[in-house]
Design a protein around this ligand. Structure first.
Ligand SMILES: Nc1ncnc2c1ncn2[C@@H]1O[C@H](COP(=O)(O)OP(=O)(O)OP(=O)(O)O)[C@@H](O)[C@H]1O
Length: 303
């Protein structure tokens, strides 16, 4: 289990993380969302030991990472897999060599054993053998992400960190990568932390979502609860993310004028205000509690 306790990080007296406390769920995809500059990357870097927090704790199964000896920190680092933004593959190495790299670094396994394991993980991310000898520049962006994911899990990590795994991918390929991350998290029983801007990912794999706003945890919940959220900052962020256009439930509302059953409160009011439409036919646009007098309303879109 990873637990953050009152985590603070400042750069030159400028506070970036202002006391974040959260427990990352084991065996689940924990998504960190928030607008640019809200502190998502700094939070992730504090978790993996790339930044030293100004104060507070990062606990791995109760052990405070920052105050552990180098040897103890190394033991935890060995349990961490990282999928870096952009994949960060070595251009001069083949697919197979890229995936084998962590085994070369951290194990004394025989070459045949390493090849066997590399094949296993490349199979798992559905990469065919004809790609093994190719260089990153010779394969598509989606394939590169698969290779990066295979490399991240080759040492069978307990914790998987993914920084913007969908950056540079089209929505369909993003969905495939999201699903792989989600399935592998369950199969390997990992604690996965994903830093993302992608609202489709949020809806698809958001077992546990942490919404960061200006260095603080503003909201947390899962992908069902986010629909009902009445948190104004979160709703603003969701709209800024073009959630209306992209997310499945919202698409249903726009295209058919029907509200999916699960969208009965929370964000529904904000959607009404945004579209200036009385979706639920209650005589009000937005929250009826807020309106002093009935709003001028438009008919719901025709089916
Ligand atoms: N090494 C650093 N030195 C000084 N300031 C930093 C450093 N790293 C990050 N910051 C500052 O911390 C703040 C949060 O940055 P961070 O990269 O965590 O944002 P983010 O939420 O990940 O944004 P994005 O979605 O754009 O990646 C920003 O104001 C950034 O300028």
């Amino acid at each position: 289990m990873i637990e953050l306790k009152d985590l603070k990080k400042s750069f030159d007296e400028k506070p970036v993380l202002k006391g974040v406390s959260v427990v990352m769920d084991d065996g689940k995809c924990n998504l960190i969302i928030g607008s640019s500059g809200s502190g998502k990357t700094v939070l992730m870097k504090c978790m993996v030991g790339l930044f030293k927090p100004t104060s507070g704790n990062v606990l791995y199964d109760g052990a405070d990472f920052v105050n552990l000896s180098d040897k103890e920190q190394k033991t935890i680092r060995e349990k961490i897999g990282m999928l870096f933004q952009g994949g960060a593959l070595f251009d001069s190495q083949t697919v197979e060599q890229n995936v084998m790299f962590p085994m070369d670094m951290f194990t004394n396994e025989k070459y045949s054993k390493k090849r066997e394991r590399v094949k296993q993980v490349l199979d798992r991310v559905q990469l065919k053998e004809e790609a093994y000898k190719k260089f990153p520049s010779e394969i598509s962006g989606g394939m590169q992400k698969r290779v990066a994911l295979a490399r991240a899990i080759v040492l069978n990590p307990k914790y998987l960190f993914c920084d913007e795994p969908n950056s540079g991918l089209d929505p369909q390929t993003s969905l495939v990568i999201d699903k792989l991350i989600h399935e592998i998290t369950k199969e390997y029983d990992m604690t996965t932390i994903v830093n993302t801007h992608d609202m489709n990912s949020v809806m698809e794999i958001g077992d546990h979502i942490i919404y960061m706003h200006q260095g603080e945890k503003e909201w947390e919940g899962n992908n069902k609860e986010i629909i009902f959220s009445k948190n104004e900052k979160l709703n603003e962020f969701i709209f800024a993310s073009e959630f209306l256009r992209d997310a499945k439930n919202m698409r249903t509302i726009q295209e058919t004028g029907e509200i999916p059953k699960e969208v009965e409160a929370g964000i529904k009011d904000a959607i009404e205000e945004k579209l200036n439409v009385d979706l639920d036919g209650d005589g009000h646009i937005g929250d009826p509690g807020k309106a002093d007098e009935p709003s001028e309303k438009k008919a719901p879109p025709k089916k």
